[in-house]
Design a binder for this molecule. Sequence first.
Ligand code: TRH
Length: 377
Amino acid sequence: MPANWDIFCTVVDNYGDIGVTWRLARQLVAEHGLTVRLWVDDLRSFERLCPELAIDCTQQVQQGVEVRHWSGDWQPVDAADVVIAAFACQLPAPYLEAMAERERVPLWLNLDYLSAEDWIVGCHRLPSLKYKQVQKFFFFPGFVPGTGGLLREAGLLEQRRAFQADRLARRDFLRGLGVEPTDGERLISLFAYENPAVAGWLDALAADTRPTRLLVPEGRVLADVRDWLGVAALEVGDSQVRGALAVQVLPFVPQQDYDRLLWSCDFNAIRGEDSFIRAQWAGRPLLWHIYRQEEDVHLDKLEAFLVLYTRGLSAPAREAFNGWWRAWNTAGDMGQAWSALLRHESELNEHAERWCRELGSQVDLSTALVQFQQSSI
Ligand code: TRH
């Protein structure tokens, strides 16, 4: 009998919590043949990633995953063989009891947030707290061996490379979104939080000698773009041109299409956790808007990732790349950072593919979870 797994997700804000757990649940079903229930407390956010979802339905199957609405009105259920609490969410008290009542105790894991910091390796797979005789373990995704790895579907990189090699596939995909790039136009996608550094970057793009088309999926950064354009409203489907820069607002697309959007662009500005990983699989230079934390803890995480990512770059390219990311995350001078970056464009392109290959040679997160479960039997 394949093991059954329960994944619990509370949507704190944004789409990262559900983005990660939905991707993981699908992969456990599709590639590992497991039975998976995904418990989610906010079906409206989930619907943005999975438009087929029936948000008034408490129990439904989507892409082989049993999706359960995790509401305050908890009905008793049997506990699964493996229980994942995503991002330290608190399991319902009756469910904890159901875990403790099982003849064979379940494997209970806390799937943590992604970080490139060194201490992750030392804490990955360590025991955490206990409920009665049920032991919980930390499980840390990460970029290096000794961590749980990253979510990466089987064949993803081959699919991505085939797509990027196929001009017609790219053209048709973009056309479906209403995007018709002109010859020689640079394509950039922009997914970010509110960011005061946006204006400086857009100034630089507008003044550039090479034209750019900036594709902005509906979301939090849109107000900054609208203010820079000086228009009263900016909505899905709108296009505006300023100098060498064309700005186009796209709808929020399903996860698989978002991948294709990233694969289609020359640069991708991404944020949070899941889009950050997907941009790495795109094999193109990326600009990360990291999720802000109190006391600027996030800046340590940013620096930890930069150390890993920029290894192997020449010193000038590394400096330019670091400067670009720091300016984006600390309201710095994006105009200056962008022109410094462009001097190393071809090196950064090659590096993005090399980084992707290196990451892709490691065990992916879903396989690492399954291996951990098998080693615990
Ligand atoms: O939405 P986010 O900002 O999520 C954040 C982070 O996960 C952060 O670490 C966490 O603490 C916070 O939530 C609570 O960014 P993220 O992680 O990139 O998630 C966005 C998801 O949305 C991702 O799965 C990609 C998906 N997406 C689409 O499917 N279509 C789209 O058009 C876009 C723009 C995104």
